[in-house]
Structures are given as structure tokens and as C-alpha cells.
Design a protein around this ligand. Structure first.
Ligand SMILES: Cc1cc2nc3c(=O)[nH]c(=O)nc-3n(C[C@H](O)[C@H](O)[C@H](O)COP(=O)(O)OP(=O)(O)OC[C@H]3O[C@@H](n4cnc5c(N)ncnc54)[C@H](O)[C@@H]3O)c2cc1C
Length: 430
């Protein structure tokens, strides 16, 4: 098979895909015979990667987080590798044919839209890392950095006139965005006050459970978070959900709503399941992640819509040999960056094993066992509430507000992303 190009296609240019590509280039490719015949092909709709966890703050103003580190060009991060070993395609996977082992994609170079002529590549191995999208365009590339920035610009135009904001969802994103907006717009109550008496902008978080941050942090930390929110003018309504919003699609960016005018940041009537009605100048849905799997056969999906992934080996067993899934789109673990960091070395090692066996260099015995992924299910989550406070736990230990600020709230993880995007994170295989 000398001379034949073997594509290792990686779909998705974010935490999962970029890390997978670097780790494979550093620790898998160099061990293969005829290594010059392999090429890592990264396909992603945006030319840049972003520090996604920082969106709750970044959406308010470009001045709050260093933009040159928030958005980083993908292709230049891979110039360090031998010529021909890497290729970046700015495009969107539109169809995975796992039987004939090809991926069809619409290329941004050809306009990227649905009308642009699709292109196809065959893959020798495949890593699916297409993540998840949010209903609100404020927290996702939709599809690229230009679209995200345009959404932020529309939101920012509406912000100065807003006197009431409703956030649906009491998970980390809802709590963080409410906290950021609260502090930015209202300031923070003085030291001895438990809440801000008459905030300039009334911010309300609606959460379906009896407390915020369910399944994320223990009760006492959720209570503490609610107290910190109150101090920046945020009220929490519990035990009910948003039943409907008018205009329909408020807070989103769907094609349907675009026809009716811009409803991303518009006056909204929010009706709750308990019958209560809230009037909001801006409505932010911070619930309902949608996995980016539209290009994958239904037979490869788990019941919850993620890619049905072997949680130990990260292989997509039903998709044929040398197909893997990592990150939010994979059913292997809960969606979180630290979980992805645990998956990458496992993916890379098992891919290496599979490729060496396929190349006839090793067999099932000499290649040894698969490397096994084990999800860290400890209570680990840091939730900043504004620019100086927060709640959190690390490996099951509650941590003080100062620690949350130091590790996350200070710059929303920007101190970590440089090494991730450049691949320095993976100098050691991990
Ligand atoms: C507001 C917010 C705050 C968060 N805060 C934290 C936090 O503090 N800590 C933490 O651990 N996690 C946090 N998360 C979760 C974290 O961001 C995700 O776990 C992480 O981004 C997942 O990375 P990923 O690579 O799996 O997918 P994503 O980050 O979802 O990236 C998927 C990539 O695939 C691309 N893509 C999509 N469809 C296709 C296609 N068809 N073809 C090719 N490419 C495609 C996308 O454009 C994107 O580049 C947060 C998430 C949000 C939304």
C-alpha cells in the first residue's frame, strides 16, 4: 500500500478535535511504518477556535477578556508539523458514510452554505469531535466566529436599554451569564448586605428544580451561589420551567425567526409552567444543548442523541474499524473540558494500537491491551459569579470563592487555552 494516502479525519475544531489532532501528530504518527502516507485532516466550520467557557463574560464586551487569546486561528497552530502530515479544511461535515468510509463536507472555500458543491474525502481512521450547540447563538459558533461576533453585537446593542432580563436554566451557563450580567449592569451589594436592594436591571433565572446547579454541585454550594447572585441583583425562580415565549423563538437565531425580524435580544413575554408571566427586555435560553450529529446515521446514535461510544476504548464500535468519538458529542462521559483532557491520550493510544495492527507491525497480542478511559465523576465544577466571586468544588472538595476566581473567574480559563491550541499540552502523551 506504499504511496497511498491514509487520511485520519478529525471532525470538529475545538477542545476535542484540536487536542486529538495534536496528540495524534505527536504520539501516534511517528510510530507508524510509512508514516509519510498518513495525514491528519481536521475539518471544522470556523477558521478559529474559541475559549467557549468564557462566553458568559465575553458576550458582554470585547474589553472583558483578551480577544487575541479568546479567538485563535487554527491552521497556524499546526504549522509546526512536518509538511504533508496535516491539512486543515474549513468546512462542515454533512454526511458520514461509515460503510464506504467517506465524509462529505461543504467547504467554506466554496461558500460553505447548503448550496455549495459538496466535497468528499475517504478516511482510514476517523475521530468525531463535533460537540454540541446551544439554542442561544451567544454561546456557540453558528457556524463560525463571524456569526458569533455578529450575535454578540446584536445583544450588546440591546443591552443598554434593558431593564429586565430573564435567563432560562439554572445550570452553570445560566448561573454564570446571570452573574456576569448582574455585576456588569448592577454592581455588587456592599459587604454586609445579602442582596442588592433595587437593582438597575432586574435579572431572573428560571430553573426547573428545587435549586440551581443540580447534578453539578452539592446543595450548600448551590445555596451559596444563589446568595452571590442576589448580591448582583439576580433573583431565582425555582420548581418551574419556561413553557413558552412570545415572540416565538425569542433569544434564538433560527431561520424561521429571522423572517419575522431579529428576536435574539427583543422584548419577550415569558410564560412559566406554573402560570406566572414575566416581561423581559431580553430573554436568554441557557438550556437544551443539541448534539452536532446531523451528518451521522441514526444507527450510530445513543438514545440521548450523542454518538454511541464505547466508554472504555472511545471506539464507535458500530461504525467499523478505527472510528472514535470524543468530547461533548461522545456518549463516553459528561460534557466537560477536563473529561476531554482525560480522553485524548486514550484515543491516541488506541488509534496507534489499531494502526500498528492494521499495518501488520503488531498483532493483538504484541500490541498489548487497549488503553482504558475512566471518567472522573467526582464533584468538579467552578462557577464564577461575576468577576471576583464564585462557588465550586474540585475532586469532591469544596473550594473557596478566591480559588474559583484564581483558577477560572479571573480570565475564564484563558490561561489554559494557549497550551491546548498550540499542542504544548500534549508534549507528553498524557
Ligand atoms: C457557556 C458554556 C460554558 C462552559 N463552561 C465550561 C467550564 O467552565 N468548564 C468545562 O469543563 N466545560 C465548560 N463548558 C463545556 C465545554 O465548553 C465543552 O465541554 C467543550 O467545548 C466541548 O468541546 P468539544 O470539542 O467536544 O465540542 P465543541 O466545543 O462543542 O466544539 C465542536 C466543534 O465542532 C464543530 N462542528 C460542529 N458541527 C460540525 C460538523 N458537522 N462538521 C465539522 N465540524 C463541526 C464546531 O464548529 C466546533 O468547532 C461550557 C460550555 C458552554 C456552552
Amino acid at each position: 500500500m506504499a504511496g497511498t494516502q491514509r487520511n485520519i479525519a478529525v471532525l470538529g475544531g475545538s477542545y476535542g478535535g484540536i487536542s486529538a489532532a495534536h496528540n495524534i501528530l505527536k504520539h501516534t504518527l511517528p510510530h507508524l511504518p510509512e508514516k509519510e502516507t498518513y495525514q491528519v485532516v481536521l475539518i471544522s466550520p470556523a477558521s478559529q477556535v474559541m475559549c467557549r467557557p468564557g462566553c458568559p463574560r465575553a458576550l458582554i464586551s470585547d474589553d472583558l477578556l483578551d480577544q487575541s487569546r479568546f479567538f485563535v486561528d487554527i491552521a497556524t497552530q499546526f504549522e509546526q508539523y512536518p509538511k504533508g502530515s496535516f491539512r486543515f479544511i474549513q468546512g462542515t461535515a454533512t454526511e458520514l458514510d461509515h460503510q464506504s468510509r467517506t465524509v462529505t463536507y461543504s467547504s467554506a472555500a466554496r461558500g460553505g452554505g447548503e448550496d455549495s458543491k459538496p466535497e468528499r474525502i475517504s478516511f482510514y481512521a476517523l475521530v468525531i469531535a463535533t460537540g454540541a450547540s446551544t439554542p442561544s447563538p451567544l454561546f456557540s459558533f453558528g457556524p463560525d466566529e463571524k456569526a458569533l461576533r455578529a450575535s454578540w453585537a446584536r445583544f450588546r446593542r440591546a443591552l443598554p436599554a434593558a431593564r429586565s432580563i430573564v435567563v432560562a436554566g439554572g445550570g452553570p451557563t445560566g448561573v454564570e451569564v446571570a452573574g456576569e450580567l448582574g455585576e456588569y449592569l448592577n454592581g455588587r451589594a456592599g459587604y454586609f448586605r445579602s442582596k442588592l436592594a433595587s437593582p438597575k436591571v432586574a435579572i431572573t433565572v428560571v430553573t426547573s428544580g428545587p435549586r440551581i446547579l443540580p447534578g453539578v454541585l452539592r446543595d450548600s454550594l448551590a445555596e451559596k451561589a444563589e446568595g452571590l447572585l442576589a448580591r448582583v441583583g439576580v433573583t431565582v425562580i425555582k420548581n418551574t420551567r419556561v413553557a413558552s415565549v412570545a415572540p416565538e423563538g425569542a433569544g434564538t437565531d433560527s431561520e424561521k425567526t429571522k423572517l419575522d425580524g431579529d428576536v435574539l435580544a427583543t422584548k419577550t413575554t415569558v410564560t412559566l409552567e406554573n402560570g406566572e408571566t414575566l416581561e423581559a427586555d431580553i430573554y436568554i435560553p441557557a438550556v437544551g444543548m443539541k448534539y452536532n450529529t446531523g451528518f451521522v446515521a441514526q444507527s450510530l446514535l445513543a438514545a440521548d442523541g450523542r454518538i454511541d461510544t464505547n466508554a472504555s476504548t472511545l471506539r464507535v464500535d458500530k461504525a467499523g474499524p478505527r472510528v472514535y468519538a470524543v468530547g461533548d458529542v461522545s456518549s463516553a462521559a459528561r460534557p466537560a473540558v477536563h473529561s476531554i483532557l482525560g480522553q485524548i491520550p486514550v484515543l491516541s493510544a488506541n488509534l496507534k494500537r489499531d494502526l500498528l495492527i492494521e499495518a501488520g507491525v503488531q498483532d493483538g497480542k504484541t500490541a498489548g491491551e487497549d488503553r482504558v478511559f475512566k471518567e472522573d465523576t467526582s464533584e468538579t465544577q467552578l462557577v464564577p459569579i461575576g468577576q471576583s466571586k464564585g462557588v465550586g468544588a474540585f475532586s469532591g472538595w469544596a473550594v473557596p470563592s478566591f480559588f474559583v476566581w484564581l483558577i477560572k473567574g479571573r480570565d475564564y480559563w484563558l490561561w489554559t487555552t494557549g497550551n491546548l491550541w498550540s499542542g504544548k499540552q500534549w508534549i507528553k502523551e498524557g
